[in-house]
Design a protein around this ligand. Sequence first.
Ligand code: GLN
Length: 391
Amino acid sequence: MPSTGGSRILEGYRPAFDATAVQRLRESGAILIGKTNLDEFGMGSTTEGSGFQVTANPWDVSRVPGGSSGGSAAAVSARQCVVSLGSDTGGSVRQPASFCGVVGVKPTYGRVSRFGLMAYASSLDAIGCFGSSVVDSAIILNAISGHDRLDATSSKHDVPDYVTELISTDNMGSKPLKGTRVGVIRETLGEGVEGEIISSIQAAASHLEELGAVVSEASLPSFSLGLPAYYILATSESSSNLSRYDGIRYGKQVPEDELASLYGNSRASGFGCEVKMRILMGTYALSAGYYDAYYKRAQQVRSLVQRSFKEALDENHILISPAAPSAAYMIGEKINDPLAMYAGDIMTVNVNLAGLPALVVPCGFVGGLSPLPGRLFRVGHVFERTLKGHR
Ligand code: GLN
């Protein structure tokens, strides 16, 4: 099957092997029905940055599905498939899951092998999944997780059975929340976050409390530093990762007599504007003379973010926050304002800097996007334990 990562530079490219995650799905009996659209090489938050086409939000086709893995979110949301995969470097599974009203999981860094995943920023990239329910997502995570000798960063920790973990010991329903300490992250419910989103999160927190959880406020003091640090680290790593697209090894080639012109013209015609801008930003941040001011400082912020998550998670079993400060944008709304688009990633990027797992579940519908009746069912009620027949 062709694989382009949403980039014209890979037009016509057919990989010679499956990614480990895909191979494991096949081995588990999944039926693979297609590949989905995304922002070019995962760089974007709306899927408008695909080199091929714009994907619409199934709830309202004048809005974006989010991004970068917007096609995967839209496909599950529109019931074209039960589950799908995406990659999450700074929120690209979670933000589109929230924009499309589906479940999105970003596993712990290293939990799922990155072998065969097109690299964006290798220290942040994670393969995640979209599903209509938490159970479906757990089934997929069971299939794709685990050590892989082909990815040196893949974790050797045992993989728990995520489906069993969801159910109570008497098999009658979901695990009770009694005694679970839930921290609502204070910094994520402030200025710049839509009122309807804040009230949905507060309602969800009260609901968890009714179910027996102990809910309190938590704080991540370094929260707002995560976004600039993320964009420096992600663009720096991507400027290096994307050097492999040189017009020789993969995809599109503009033939030239001079090697340097062949590289230059193949890249100039193959990459889109956002990708070129990010290569320039990353190269700048890594260049001698600027390295200490940008890249090194961003790494220091990354350590701060990790430390503040650790402190908050010493106090709480789980932390909750919105997945995005607003509902799905209108198509075209942010396309000419990259900084505004980057700012929309504020809720998700810290988790990648810390390498932590995170799950998005619908907890309210905002911006006039309304739910299908009856789309939620009781966890543990009816579900399949295997992948057989899951398309
Ligand atoms: N929107 C973020 C970015 O453009 C995250 C993308 C991602 O997770 N692939 O970098």
